[in-house]
Design a protein around this ligand. Structure first.
Ligand code: CTP
Length: 455
């Protein structure tokens, strides 16, 4: 009996998939089809798969060509399967030509002509329409963001706005965008969704205006610096049936989601303490330290540790204590925060003028989880137990600048096929409340004057 194996995502099952399976089956007597899991697709950079694994398996089954269906969930599985099932022929479409030649060591490799004019990517675009993105701001974050858009299907960058037109022009030209403007109406004309990458204290104004113009909004963190503003924005978005997403990249990273799920699964027992630190030395006079733009360590970096704390311990904390090291202008160069919960504690260290070890430690009654800097771009983490033999290490993909994950979640939410919620409105509102607490003159804080030394 000649055994054939093939693999794919088989998303939005189409004619190309059907013809591939039909010809694969005809190559032998017994066909095995491997269908990829969502996590594996994400890990290999295939974002925005619409159908669930069960639906995709069901579609393959309905063709009647597969004698056996497998789930593919890790790198290296293909070779394992080829050996385990004693495969004679490995086959995939010609878009993969040459990529699997090294399997010839184990079996015959056949690339079948790909059916022209159809693909899941194309169908995703047709079924859901392309998100036409207008970008507000052309600074450092926007520069990093633009190249990441190309990795997500169903979205296209159309135009850049900056009141300083020269800056918009420069970024537009560098990314081959034809439209750049210093008039926001022009941006609205070309876009149905807006990404806000402007200074913190402009977010509220831009986001509200964009929502009132009927645009979906993806806004850099911190979304806003006041709780009532966050509530108002989410209220408008809901009323107008628009998507409002806070672009806190960590929340959307596959490794981070995995870490949070494991931490909450009870593996390390009840979580009693979360310590999270993030420091990044910047020069005096840098954008991050501009007082008039609400710069400083906490507004710049505080969202990352707070995100982990809120995910693990919730947003109903009992008390907060800030210790703040400020420069002559009152901008914080280093901030420590102690947060008390009913049955847990959390602490944060963020700094633009002090360098600490930037790790994340989650302590539970049964063990701890540790992720080292840059844990906010989660690539790996460990679980430590009393019995060290039980210790475990986890690895995850974090591709490029990692912004593609939040972009993908934004597109999926707009198109209504987002089943996973990476960041809730409640978490975004709680983050803005915390920013407000920090910036509020009346909040009790221990203030320590600190000279900014050269770095
Ligand atoms: N395939 C094909 N003809 C097409 C599309 C896909 O023969 N027009 C084949 C692929 O080469 C692969 C299998 O079908 O062997 C599963 O492909 P998959 O990656 O799931 O489908 P695509 O439509 O290529 O998906 P995407 O657009 O997301 O890359």
């Amino acid at each position: 009996m000649k055994k054939v194996i093939t693999y794919g995502s088989f998303d939005l099952f189409h004619e190309g998939h059907y013809r591939l399976l039909q010809r694969a089956k005809a190559l032998g007597d017994y066909l095995i089809v491997g269908v990829t899991t969502e996590q594996y697709d994400e890990a290999r950079g295939k974002l925005n798969v619409v159908d669930s694994l069960m639906e995709r398996i069901d579609h393959v089954r309905q063709t009647g060509f597969a004698d056996k269906i497998l789930i593919e969930d890790h790198v290296g599985q293909k070779v394992e399967d080829i050996q385990k099932y004693d495969i004679d022929i490995f086959t995939v479409g010609s878009d993969w030509a040459g990529k699997f030649d090294h399997y010839r060591e184990y079996c015959e490799v056949i690339y079948l002509e790909r059916t022209k004019g159809i693909s899941s990517t194309m169908l995703r675009g047709q079924n859901f329409g392309i998100v036409r993105l207008g970008i507000i701001g052309s600074g450092r974050i926007a520069k990093r963001f633009l190249p990441e858009i190309k990795y997500v299907s169903g979205i296209h960058a159309e135009a850049i706005y900056n009141p300083h037109i020269e800056s918009a022009k420069e970024l537009a030209e560098a990314n081959e965008l034809e439209i750049y403007t210093d008039k926001i109406e022009i941006l609205y004309e070309h876009a149905n969704a807006i990404y806000i990458a402007a200074p913190h204290n402009t977010h509220y104004g831009y986001a509200k205006d964009a929502l009132l113009h009927g645009k979906h909004v993806l806004c850099e963190k911190p979304l806003v610096l006041k709780e009532r503003e966050a509530k108002e924005l989410f209220g408008i978005a809901k009323e107008k049936n628009l998507v409002l997403t806070e672009a806190l990249k960590t929340a959307y990273a596959p490794g981070f989601a995995k870490m949070i799920t494991i931490a909450k699964s009870g593996n390390i027992g009840r979580i009693v303490d979360v310590e999270a630190a993030f420091t990044k030395l910047v020069g005096e006079g840098g954008r991050e330290l501009k007082k008039e733009e609400n710069g400083g360590s906490f507004t710049e970096l505080g969202s990352y540790p707070l995100l982990v704390i809120f995910k693990l311990l919730g947003t109903d904390y009992q008390s907060v204590k800030f210790t703040v090291f400020v420069n002559a202008e009152g901008v914080d160069l280093y901030t420590k925060v102690d947060i008390r919960y009913k049955k847990a504690v959390a602490s944060i260290k963020v700094g633009l003028g002090v360098k600490t070890e930037g790790n994340l430690i989650i302590s539970g009654t049964n063990g701890n989880m540790v992720a080292e800097a840059p844990w906010w771009m989660t690539k790996n983490f460990e679980i430590h137990y009393e019995d060290t033999e039980q210790n475990e290490k986890f690895f995850a993909k974090y591709a490029g600048q990692g912004l593609r994950y939040e972009i993908s979640a934004f597109v999926a939410q707009i198109n209504g096929y987002q089943k996973k919620i990476f960041m809730t409105d409640k978490e975004s509102i709680a983050l803005s409340r915390f920013m407000e607490l920090f910036l509020d003159e009346k909040t009790e804080k221990e203030m320590i004057y600190m000279e900014k030394e050269r770095c």
